[in-house]
Ligand binder design. Structure first.
Ligand code: MN
Length: 290
């Protein structure tokens, strides 16, 4: 197997707050300056590095806001997040769980620390990805997939050296539960020190690896905790060696070869569609949410 070259290993960009609840490092599109299409179909990755949330009577987070033209995928590694949206969906995700929300034609939602978690406080670590939709699906009906731990595809590594969780796509024939509009692989792996795991994604798929805990070597490059490795678009293989007990997120997807016009919470193909989104939002066409 030919291995993908490591194009870059990015340190976490300076953090910013999303609402009053989520301190995130935006690796892309802005933070690592890799361009809006470099990780397509993934348009955005916000990383909330592990932090301890102090107890709070009123749950912190981000109030009602719109999205159109893509999907938000929130993965909780520590802590619990609650979600409510104008399509009537709601859910709570805990450690190892995922909210996969299709904004499609337009939705309002709010994202908060779950009530009990907020009261007790504790460690929080999460990732939010924005997965773009091809033009023909941008105005799809909004949807919501609450992906719980028991739904995940699970592959044990030999000799008890860890396991791979499949959120989307597949690994060694085991499929993940997420329905996706375009080919996307989203895997997490927990690796004991010394573990080795091999992955394969098509050469043209944009592929990256985030280290949440520990330290790994990926295709020969050292990737410490909180760093994001971007792979070049040659070869298929990703070989990971855990240099310590480690937790990683692997994302890979077929690029959407279409122009991107984005503004705040809207990701469309043209400026005209962005103006339409703003107009529709202001006219109340995204529904209602308290
Ligand atoms: Mn949102």
């Amino acid at each position: 197997m030919q291995y993908k070259p490591v194009e870059n290993v990015f340190a976490p960009p300076a953090p910013h707050m999303v609402g009053d609840g989520f301190k995130v490092h935006n690796f892309f599109p802005s933070g690592a300056r890799m361009g809006a299409r470099r990780m397509s179909p993934f348009f955005l990755m916000d990383y909330g590095a592990k932090t301890v949330i102090p107890p709070s009577e009123s749950p912190r987070g981000v109030g009602a806001h719109p999205h159109r033209g893509f999907e938000t995928v929130t993965i909780a590694f520590h802590g619990r997040v609650a979600h409510h949206d104008s399509a009537g969906n709601s859910g709570i995700i805990g450690e190892g769980e995922v909210q996969w929300m299709t904004a499609g034609s337009g939705i309002l939602h709010k994202e908060y620390h779950e009530k009990e978690f907020s009261l007790s406080g504790g460690p929080m670590q999460m990732v939010q990805l924005w997965v773009n939709l091809p033009a023909k699906y941008k105005m799809s009906k909004p949807g919501y997939q609450g992906l719980t731990r028991d739904m995940m595809g699970k592959v044990e590594l030999p000799d008890g050296m860890g396991h791979v969780n499949v959120i989307a796509g597949e690994y060694r024939g085991i499929k993940g539960p997420a329905h996706t509009f375009t080919p996307v692989s989203l895997l997490t792996a927990e690796l004991k020190a010394g573990a080795e795991a091999e992955f394969s994604f098509p050469a043209n798929f944009n592929t990256g690896l985030l280290v949440l805990e520990g330290k790994v070597t990926a295709n020969g490059a050292a990737v410490p905790q909180d760093r994001f490795a971007l792979f070049g678009n040659e070869g298929e293989g990703v070989a990971v060696q855990a240099e310590a007990d480690s937790k990683i997120l692997l994302l890979s997807g077929e690029p959407i070869d279409e122009p991107i016009a984005s503004y705040g919470p809207f990701v469309m193909n043209t400026q005209k569609e962005i103006m339409q989104a703003v107009e529709d939002y202001q006219a109340g066409k995204f529904g209602r949410l308290e």
